[in-house]
Design a protein around this ligand. Structure first.
Ligand SMILES: Cc1cc2nc3c(=O)[nH]c(=O)nc-3n(C[C@H](O)[C@H](O)[C@H](O)COP(=O)(O)OP(=O)(O)OC[C@H]3O[C@@H](n4cnc5c(N)ncnc54)[C@H](O)[C@@H]3O)c2cc1C
Length: 423
C-alpha cells in the first residue's frame, strides 16, 4: 500500500505501508519512545530519529535531582542503551537541527541544507526554558536547566560554600535548590508570586514545601521583583526592585518552559500554545503527528485542551502516535500525572484542579505524609497532590479516572483506608 491511501483495515488512510519512511524530529523522551514503540508494534520500515542535541534520547527528570547531586551517570540518564538503535535499525541523526518542513513536498530540511523525505512525520520537539528579558542574563554564571549540557554546567557551579540564586519557585527551581543543599551549597529562591509553585500546586502544598526547604537552609524571597543580574564580568548577584542585591556565585533562571512549535507553525500546522493534536496525536496535516511537550492536547476527562509537560504525557502520546501509525486501536486516555523529588519527599500529582468546589487535606503536613484532594461540586476527585503518600495517589488517580463521587468526611478521616474511600 502506498502511504496515504486507504489501508486494508479500512481506517482513515494513515496506517503505515511496510516501506513507508518515518522521520521523527526531536530525539527526546517522546521521540525516542515513539521510535521504539513503532518497532514494538511491528513496523519494519525505515525510521530516522533526528535530534539537535548530541546525545541519544535521555531522561530529563534526573537532571535537577540525582544527576545534579552527582548520584547518577550518563548511562543512568539514557533512555535505552546506545546499541539499541542500531539493533533496531533506527537511524539516529544527532547534532542535527531541522530548520524547515515542507508539508506539500513531505520533506524536512536540516541545518546545512540536507533534505529528508518522509511518508509520515512525528514532531517531538519538546519545549525550551523560558527566557525573560532581564539585564545581565548574558553574564557567565547564569544558567538555565533543560538539557544535559545545561545540567553539567550548573553542576560545575555548585559545591560546598558556593551560593546559588534561583529565579523562579517552580518544580525545577526547588529541585535544584534541594540538590544544591545536598552539595553543601547555599541556595536562595526568588519568586515573583507571593507563594511558591503558584501556577502548579495548591497553597497547602506551597506552604509545606517552603517550610521543608527553609528547615534545610534554603532562603526565600517571595513577591520579589527581579530587576537585573549584576556582576563584574560574571554573575555576582541578583538586584531586586527594592534595591537589595542578593549575592551569589551562580544564578539559575527557572521560570517555566515554552513549546518548540515554531517549525510546525511556519509550515502551516495549527498551533495554539502548542501544536494542536487529537487523541491519536494527529495534527492538522494528515501525514504529521506531534507528541510530548510541544503539543496542546485534548483532556477528555476535563473537556479541555491543555499543554502538559511530563514524562507520562510524553509516553502516552508516543503510544497514541505509534498505535495510530500501526493501525492499532486508539489507546484509552490516561489520567495525567507528574512527580517531583526533593530531599526525601516524593510528590505525586494526578489530574488537574479544574472546576474545584472543595479541597480536602488528608493527613498532617507536619508529618511530611499527606495528600490534598480537589473535588468538583459533585464530590468527584479532579486532582490529587500526594506527598510521600502512595496509596492516596494511586486511589486518587483511579477515582479521577472513574468519576465516582466520594464522601468528603471519609476522605478526610485517616482511619478510613483509601480502599474504603474508593469503594
Ligand atoms: C530538569 C527537568 C526536570 C524534570 N523533571 C520531571 C519530573 O520529575 N517528572 C516529570 O514527569 N517530568 C519532568 N520533566 C519534564 C519531562 O522531562 C518532559 O516532559 C519530557 O522530557 C518531554 O519529552 P519530549 O520528548 O516532549 O521533549 P524533550 O525531552 O525536551 O525532547 C525534545 C528534543 O527535541 C529536540 N529538538 C527540538 N527542536 C528540534 C529541531 N528543530 N530539530 C531537531 N531536534 C529538535 C530538542 O533538542 C530535544 O532534545 C523535567 C524536565 C526538566 C528539564
Amino acid at each position: 500500500m502506498i502511504a496515504g491511501q486507504t489501508s486494508e483495515t479500512g481506517r482513515t488512510g494513515r496506517v503505515l505501508a511496510a516501506e513507508a519512511r518515518v522521520v521523527i524530529v526531536g530525539a527526546g523522551h517522546a521521540g525516542g519512545t515513539a521510535a521504539a514503540l513503532l518497532r514494538q508494534y511491528g513496523f519494519a520500515g525505515p525510521i530516522t530519529l533526528v535530534g539537535e542535541e548530541p546525545l541519544p534520547p535521555y531522561q530529563r527528570p534526573p537532571l535537577s535531582k540525582a544527576w545534579l547531586k552527582g548520584e547518577a551517570d550518563a548511562d543512568a540518564l539514557a533512555l535505552r542503551p546506545d546499541s539499541y538503535y542500531a539493533e533496531q535499525a533506527i537511524a539516529l541523526r544527532l547534532g542535527a537541527r531541522v530548520e524547515a518542513m515542507d508539508l506539500a513536498g513531505r520533506t524536512v530540511t536540516l541545518q546545512g541544507g540536507e533534505r529528508l523525505a518522509y511518508d509520515r512525520l512525528i514532531l517531538a520537539t519538546g519545549a525550551r526554558a523560558r527566557r525573560i528579558p532581564l539585564p545581565g542574563l548574558e553574564l557567565p554564571g547564569v544558567h538555565e536547566l533543560r538539557t544535559a549540557a545545561d545540567a553539567e554546567a550548573l553542576k560545575q557551579a555548585l559545591g560546598r560554600g558556593r551560593r546559588l540564586a534561583v529565579i523562579g519557585g517552580g518544580y525545577i527551581g526547588l529541585e535544584a535548590a534541594a540538590s544544591a543543599r545536598a552539595l553543601d551549597a547555599e541556595a536562595v529562591v526568588i519568586e515573583r508570586e507571593p507563594r511558591l509553585l503558584a501556577r502548579v500546586a495548591c497553597a497547602a502544598l506551597s506552604n509545606f514545601f517552603q517550610d521543608y526547604h527553609a528547615a534545610r537552609g534554603v532562603a526565600f524571597v517571595l513577591g520579589a521583583d527581579v530587576q537585573a543580574i549584576v556582576g563584574e564580568g560574571r554573575a555576582e548577584g541578583v538586584r531586586l526592585a527594592d534595591g537589595r542585591i542578593l549575592s551569589c556565585d551562580a544564578v539559575l533562571v527557572g521560570v517555566g518552559a515554552v513549546p518548540n512549535q515554531e517549525l510546525a507553525q511556519a509550515a502551516g500546522l495549527a498551533c495554539e500554545g502548542g501544536i494542536r493534536v487529537d487523541l491519536r496525536a494527529r495534527t492538522s496535516d494528515p501525514h504529521v503527528h506531534a507528541i510530548g511537550d510541544c503539543t496542546r492536547r485534548p483532556l477528555p476527562l476535563y473537556g479541555q485542551a491543555h499543554r502538559l509537560e511530563s514524562v507520562p504525557n510524553a509516553l502516552e502520546q508516543a503510544k497514541q502516535a505509534a498505535a495510530d501509525l500501526c493501525g492499532r486501536p486508539e489507546p484509552a486516555p490516561e489520567v495525567p500525572w507528574f512527580w517531583s523529588d526533593q530531599y526525601d519527599l516524593k510528590l505525586q500529582i494526578a489530574g488537574l484542579p479544574f472546576d474545584v468546589a472543595q479541597t480536602i487535606v488528608r493527613g498532617e503536613p507536619t508529618t511530611a505524609r499527606f495528600a490534598v484532594f480537589h473535588l468538583d461540586p459533585e464530590h468527584r476527585v479532579q486532582a490529587v497532590e500526594a506527598v510521600n503518600a502512595a496509596p492516596e495517589f494511586m486511589a486518587g488517580r483511579l477515582l479521577i479516572g472513574n468519576r465516582k463521587p466520594v464522601a468528603p468526611e471519609k476522605l478526610r478521616d485517616m482511619s478510613v483506608s483509601m480502599k474504603e474511600v474508593a469503594a
